[in-house]
Design a protein around this ligand. Structure first.
Ligand code: HAM
Length: 414
């Protein structure tokens, strides 16, 4: 028989680990909803064009996309990231701006799997559309920073850059191309730098790193409007006490960015895959997807990376998963069915053993479960219409009338 396994580069997240996942999503939802962001659910796949528009020249879209023809002959792709989908939804439905959305969703990238890099990863993200106010950039960057703090991460560095706009970037790109022509670049970029010279700045390979050490920096070539925008973003972050490091090499892995871009580097993680999140402004994306001119700004945090960083820092532990009460029925009655049902209906978490196990085995399960109380129905309780409540830590126990169980349990749990 074939034993199936999860596809390479994907992971099953089982309890109890999944409880951390749930807690993280709830923490994120709490933070961003407090800031006026509402949940958006969009399809896991889109017409391939939606993603092609956001970066045919990038690895994420050009090389790593899970795209295929469906049974109706349409070319579709599993989403490699969330921004394009949310902006496509915005363009389609035209909600009143500013439109502030958050999401939690899987993304698919056919990458070479390694520690912290998966073919299916999950992001928590926000997108805010409809204003180019620099204060929004501050809000979004500060939110990402606050979420990391709320998770308990302290070894995270916020890297900040501005990629300019259509007024100042083209001239800079020309200057960069001229600088790179004739430079000893890595095998890949020596042939591709003309097409997308910014990628060379982001290249981790030694030749590119060395060759670009003295490369001109876009932050030094920003037009007046972009420079003023960036100055306000920086001042805003400073006024909030959000520490950042200027990183003129930060170009990000998608093509839609304009002006503010940022990344959160988890210093406790292996440096090759240490971005716990990233984002920025994308003021031309809505138009690229057929919509009206609509500036936007957002970020995505990698759930797997956040949890890896949390492990590396020893924070955000597994929450206790134990139920409050373990119901033990050794009389073979229907007490376990009724009691667990009643307790749960009253808001008390309760569980039980199945399969008519021995008393010893049921007590063992109760201990293993970590429950605070056992509600026991043996032959005597069954005959008397009572239930014995035992504190599984102290061993103290009392016997109460069957109809008073919920009340007593609630008192004992307080
Ligand atoms: P991204 O930088 O490609 O940005 O991904 C965001 C985060 O997702 C990364 O910082 C990382 O934590 C996580 N991530 C990405 N790829 C993988 C992978 N293969 N395995 C594990 N984790 C991964 C975006 O996707 C943009 N949509 C972010 C954004 C939103 N920009 C504006 N709005």
């Amino acid at each position: 028989m074939v034993e199936f396994r999860a596809p390479v580069g994907t992971r099953d997240v089982l309890p109890p680990e999944s409880a951390r996942w749930e807690r993280l999503v709830a923490l994120f939802a709490g933070q961003v909803e407090r800031a006026g962001y509402g949940l958006v659910l969009s399809p896991m796949f889109e017409e391939v064009g939606v993603f092609e528009r956001v970066g045919e020249g990038t690895d994420v879209v050009g090389k790593e996309m899970y795209d295929f023809e469906d049974k109706g002959g349409r070319r579709v792709a599993l989403r490699p990231e969330g921004t394009a989908s949310v902006v496509r939804a915005y363009v389609q439905h035209r909600p009143t701006p500013p439109f502030k959305a958050w999401y939690t969703a899987p993304n698919f990238r056919y990458e070479r799997p390694q520690a912290g890099r998966f073919r299916q990863h999950h992001q928590l993200g926000v997108e805010a559309l409809g204003t180019d106010d620099a204060d929004l950039d501050v809000e979004v960057v500060a939110l990402a920073w606050t979420v990391c703090g709320a998770v308990g991460l302290s070894r995270v560095t916020l890297l900040l850059n501005s990629l300019g706009d259509q007024a100042c970037r083209p001239a800079y790109l020309e200057e960069l191309r001229a600088f790179l022509a004739g430079a000893a670049l890595c095998d890949e970029h020596v042939t591709t730098f003309e097409k997308n010279p910014l990628r060379v700045l982001d290249c981790k390979r030694e030749p590119c790193r060395v060759a670009t050490e003295a490369a001109p920096r876009l932050v030094d070539r920003l037009c007046e409007t972009c420079a003023a925008h960036f100055a306000r973003v920086r001042a805003g972050l400073e006024s909030l006490g959000v520490p950042y490091t200027l990183q003129p090499r930060l170009v990000r892995g998608l093509d839609y960015y304009t002006r503010t871009t940022f990344e959160l580097a988890g210093e406790a993680l292996d440096s090759a895959q240490n971005a716990v999140g990233g984002g920025g402004r994308y003021d031309k994306l809505a138009e690229a997807l057929g919509g009206p001119p609509t500036p936007g700004m957002g970020f995505g945090l990698g759930i797997e990376r956040l949890l890896l960083a949390a492990d590396a820092e020893g924070v955000f532990p597994l929450p206790a998963l134990a139920v409050d009460v373990w119901v033990i029925d050794t009389a073979g009655s229907t007490a376990a069915i009724g009691l667990t049902h009643e307790l749960r209906a009253a808001g008390v978490s309760a569980d039980r053993s199945f399969g008519g196990r021995s008393m010893k085995s049921q007590f063992k399960s109760a201990d293993r479960s970590g429950a605070r109380l056992a509600a026991i129905v043996g032959a005597q309780e069954s005959a008397e219409g009572t239930v014995t409540l035992r504190d599984l830590r102290s061993g103290e126990q009392t016997t109460v009338g069957r109809s008073d169980v919920v009340k007593h349990v609630q008192e004992l749990l307080q």
